[in-house]
Design a binder for this molecule. Structure first.
Ligand code: PMP
Length: 419
């Protein structure tokens, strides 16, 4: 698409004009950790604070009405972006909180009233995850298993960084109550066949949670097409503000879930000895709503929609192809994850023979190239491939072919320096 020009897009992101270290051009390749924010998002938040700031869902005054309107219309905007109904969108603090909310519901359902009981897991039940999960989609399930006596199982990885589909039949069965899988790996870049996994899980009556933290920013999402029951993501990875996340859930499931955090905003009636709760999504939104963040997230969604997610995806796919070629041309560099652009996103983890990833990151940083090094909150992946850590470059809509070149030149510079 000729209209998709990262050099034009970059102008909306003043931070990308910064100089780094010794007056180097900033090459930001860490969007999988957090994305940069365009002026449109910053302006939307600032406009809220300047002109409409009040506690949403409270107060009889005009500002409170405007804040409520901003918050609720953001819910509609976000719903539209993922093909959902607005009353199935829960605002949380992060993808992490969204996942914890569901995990909590699956151990506490029943305690808050019999109507919630059928989501509760117990001894003999199984929770299935994968070996490529971010800790945010692993630790809450380990903890759920520990609390309830359920058993955690996981789908292993193939040598090229994909889920080993040959194990599904063995792993998904009558005991499986929940399948939690990432849509796109934040390390390997792998995009998982969520629809097929969900269909299989549903055939045995299991609930499916998809961690969309890394996919929603990079490809068109339609929750109906995905076939999952829950889809969790964070605003800060999709050009939006920090501190707000989203849980999409099927209405009939949300209705059967007990509250997670309790307090103001989520109650219907409170007496000194008992409380009834509002229907979803309010049941899960305790406390003063994060209206400024929601308004910022809505601006991010509008920004992405104006570009077109299919164009964002195609642009990143082209950069991925280039990056795979450029890194593949360097002796001693190994991409950890799929080495073709099929079913993979623009996140590339790699190792360089003889150089520790932290040293690679250091040399890159000296040249203005920002990558992440370490285990990227998905430690079991390192264990699987027998490596201590990786360097990870992740591309987004504001990255250009020059940024790919800067990465490859930086890796070569590290080799000249250390080898
Ligand atoms: N899942 C994946 C795949 C992620 O990459 C991340 C963020 N690194 C998360 C979940 C957690 O997101 P947050 O920290 O915003 O809650």
């Amino acid at each position: 698409n000729a209209a998709f020009d990262p050099e034009v897009i970059k102008k909306d992101f003043p931070i990308l004009g910064r100089r780094i270290r010794d007056d180097a051009r900033l090459v930001y390749l860490d969007s999988a950790a957090t994305s940069q924010k365009p002026l449109q998002v910053l302006d939307a938040e600032r406009d809220f604070y300047l002109h409409h700031n009040a506690a949403a869902h409270r107060g009889a005054h005009q500002l409170a009405e405007e804040a409520t309107e901003g918050y609720e219309s953001a819910r509609e905007t976000v719903a539209g972006f993922v093909g959902a109904r607005a009353d199935e969108i829960v605002f949380t603090r992060s993808a992490t909180e969204s996942i914890n909310l569901v995990a909590y519901a699956m151990s506490n359902a029943g305690r808050a009233g019999e109507e919630y009981a059928d989501l509760r897991v117990g001894p003999g039940d199984e929770i299935l995850v994968t070996e490529m999960e971010h800790h945010a989609n692993l630790v809450p399930w380990q903890q759920l298993a520990a609390r309830t006596g359920a058993t955690l199982r996981w789908v292993p990885l193939t040598d090229d960084g994909r889920l080993d589909a040959t194990t599904f039949d063995e792993l998904i069965g009558e005991r499986t109550r929940l399948v939690a899988v990432t849509h796109q790996s934040n390390v390997l870049g792998t995009v998982n066949p969520v629809r097929a996994i969900a269909d299989r899980a549903h055939a045995v009556g299991a609930v499916v949670l998809v961690d969309g933290a890394q996919s929603v920013a990079h490809q068109p999402i339609d929750v109906a097409e995905l076939g999952a029951d829950f889809f969790a993501f964070s605003a800060h990875k999709m050009l939006g503000p920090n501190g707000i996340g989203v849980l999409w859930g099927r209405r009939e499931l949300l209705e059967r879930m007990p509250p997670f955090l309790t307090g103001g905003s989520m109650i219907e009636e409170v007496r000194m000895d008992r409380t009834t709760f509002l229907a979803p999504p309010q049941r899960f939104e305790a406390g003063v709503p994060m209206a400024p963040q929601a308004v910022g997230l809505a601006a991010a969604v509008r920004y992405l929609e104006a570009l077109g997610m299919e164009h964002v995806e195609a642009h990143e796919n082209a950069l991925t192809r280039l990056a795979l070629e450029a890194l593949g041309d360097i002796d001693g560099v190994t991409v950890v994850g799929p080495r073709t652009t099929r079913d993979r996103g623009a996140t590339l983890a790699f190792t360089v023979d003889g150089i520790h990833p932290h040293d690679v990151g250091q040399v890159l940083d000296d040249r203005g190239v920002a990558v992440r090094v370490g285990h990227h909150c998905a430690r079991p992946i390192c264990d699987r491939y027998g490596i201590p850590a990786t360097a990870r470059a992740s591309f987004y809509l504001y990255n250009s072919q020059d940024d790919v070149k800067a990465l490859a030149e930086g890796v070569r510079a590290a080799q000249r320096y250390f080898l």
